[in-house]
Design a protein. Structure first.
Length: 238
């Protein structure tokens, strides 16, 4: 917000160092972090500051509650207890990893390191897990591996609860869609972050709200009642 101000160089002269935060909600469509835009800000800032600086990167998500033309309330670490569903804004670890790789290849003058916001806590569901943050910092492969689990209901022939499971080593935003191929489906529905588009021999679960799912955790996807599931007939789009 200050990069274009003619007073910024004078302010920076008064401090030994500074931190440039490059995560912000400019609009819900742009989300919480935009890699190319953040890189441009870093280069602009490096051209202005005469002192060492660090860059603050996001390792968390947030929700916009009551969003309309007048604005929204922001919910992050703790609940605001506002009625209605919020719009979740998440940052994929791979986004940050790609940004760090570009920054390492084109390191601006006086850049001294990275500040992470925010450090993980067990009860902070929107912050990355410690394992994910460590993997990003250590530049390890961030492979995403989604698994759909079918849990048959006892004494309910052909009725399955569907669970989406993050089987990979890092946290990840929920997949965009899940397609399940099956025959003779009598009924189906989605829950939580998804809606259902039903067609003959295909049940398509489409994400309607974003959220982060930590490595090793699961989330309900929906349910279906079908006579036969097609082996290998599940397609997950990250």
């Amino acid at each position: 917000a200050w990069i274009g101000s003619p007073d910024l160089p004078g302010v920076l002269q008064q401090a030994d160092s500074s931190v440039l935060q490059v995560h912000a909600v400019l609009s819900p469509q742009q989300g919480l972090f935009d890699g190319p835009l953040a890189l441009r800000w870093v280069r602009q800032y490096a051209a202005v500051t005469p002192k060492p600086f660090r860059v603050a990167l996001p390792a968390y998500g947030m929700a916009l509650l009551g969003f309309d033309a007048q604005g929204a309330q922001v919910e992050s670490e703790s609940s605001l207890r506002v009625a209605g569903n919020g719009r979740e804004l998440t940052v994929a670890p791979q986004q940050i990893a790609d940004f760090l790789q570009t920054l390492a290849q084109q390191t601006p003058p006086r850049l001294r390191g990275i500040i992470w916001f925010r450090l993980p806590l067990a009860d902070d569901r929107r912050a990355w897990s410690l394992a994910t943050l460590r993997a990003v910092i250590e530049r390890r492969p961030l492979n995403v591996d989604w698994q759909v689990k079918f849990r048959p209901q006892p004494q309910q022939n052909g009725l399955y609860d569907l669970i989406i499971h993050n089987n990979g080593p890092v946290d990840a935003p929920l997949p965009q869609e899940v397609i399940i191929r099956a025959d003779d489906c009598l009924a189906a529905d989605a829950v939580g972050n998804y809606r259902l588009e039903s067609a003959p021999q295909r049940q398509r679960f489409i994400r309607i709200s974003g959220d982060q799912l930590r490595a090793g955790q699961s989330r309900p996807l929906g349910w279906l009642r079908c006579q036969q599931l097609t082996p290998g007939g599940t397609l997950v789009t990250p």
